[in-house]
Design a protein. Structure first.
Length: 289
């Protein structure tokens, strides 16, 4: 489709978006220009556009081959970042209750009728901006700001129409109405029993950055553990020894509480690992019978 007629498409491929923007501003944007527009919030990438995607928890993606389906989209996912391992990769979004969902792609004919799926049967969603789709309306907005003599309007001030991710309009938002009107925006109700959770666009990575006290505690423990000249420490004396370094935010009381939380988390993780090991053992025993 020639550049002049791309304006009639509500959603553009990356190459079409670049072509239209070039025609509007009379300058061809570079790859770096597009990345900066995405990073700064002026351009919203839609990944997996037109494909059926299903969302699973980040924890399931990391640890289990069988995962519960928590969300489904037939129109792609708005996301400025992705998550993956050596085998699979997909856009990452965050639910309103703070749960991180990784979205993977299905084949066209795949029936998402089960509550649980084997994620190894599904496909990666490429996360480079060249694989994304973009709203034509945003391209025009960017072009208008680019040729104007005024400073660009900050992304926070833009009024972007979105609709509910699920069919009920009172739920939080994920996708623009221009996109949703083309393909529908959720599986028909009742296809599977676990109700899809609403997902909202989040431009910040869902990865949690460790607090300084965490990093200091780890650094102090490494010094204590790797120094053969020091005696063996108990939890309380280790916290006091780190406090003596005079690091801001590394008080003995705070470190003691942190150590207790870490030990509790380790204990819980050990219980989960033990339960999984026992379950595998029972399954192996039944298989031999």
């Amino acid at each position: 489709m020639a550049g002049s007629f791309l304006k009639f498409k509500p959603v553009l491929t990356s190459s079409e978006a670049v072509e239209l923007l070039s025609e509007l501003v009379r300058v061809s944007p570079t790859d770096e220009d597009i990345r900066e527009l995405i990073t700064n919030g002026y351009l919203t990438p839609i990944y997996g556009y037109g494909r059926t995607l299903f969302g699973i928890s980040q924890e399931s993606f990391e640890s289990d081959s069988n995962a519960a389906i928590l969300a489904v989209s037939h129109i792609g996912v708005v996301s400025s970042f992705g998550y993956g391992n050596s085998d699979m990769y997909g856009p990452l979004s965050e639910t309103t209750d703070g749960q991180s969902l990784v979205f993977l792609a299905t084949d066209e004919d795949y029936d998402l009728a089960a509550d649980f799926v084997d994620i190894n049967h599904f496909a990666t969603v490429h996360m480079d901006h060249e694989d994304a789709s973009f709203l034509t309306a945003e391209i025009f907005s960017i072009a208008h700001m680019a040729i104007s003599n005024d400073l660009p309007v900050s992304p926070e001030e833009k009024s972007l129409p979105r609709i509910s991710f699920n069919a009920d309009n009172d739920l939080p938002f994920l996708m623009y109405k221009e996109v949703a009107s083309l393909h529908g925006f959720n599986t028909p109700s009742g296809i599977f029993s676990s109700r899809p959770k609403p997902v909202v666009m989040d431009r910040q990575p869902a990865i949690q950055i460790a607090r300084p006290s965490h990093l200091l505690a780890i650094a102090g423990l490494l010094e204590l553990l790797l120094d053969d000249s020091r005696p063996r420490y108990q939890q309380g004396t280790a916290a006091e020894a780190i406090e003596e370094k005079g690091w801001r935010g590394a008080s003995a009381s705070g470190l003691t509480k942190l150590f207790a939380e870490a030990r509790a988390a380790a204990t819980e993780a050990e219980k989960v690992a033990q339960a999984k090991a026992e379950a595998r053992g029972k399954a192996a025993s039944r298989a031999k019978i």
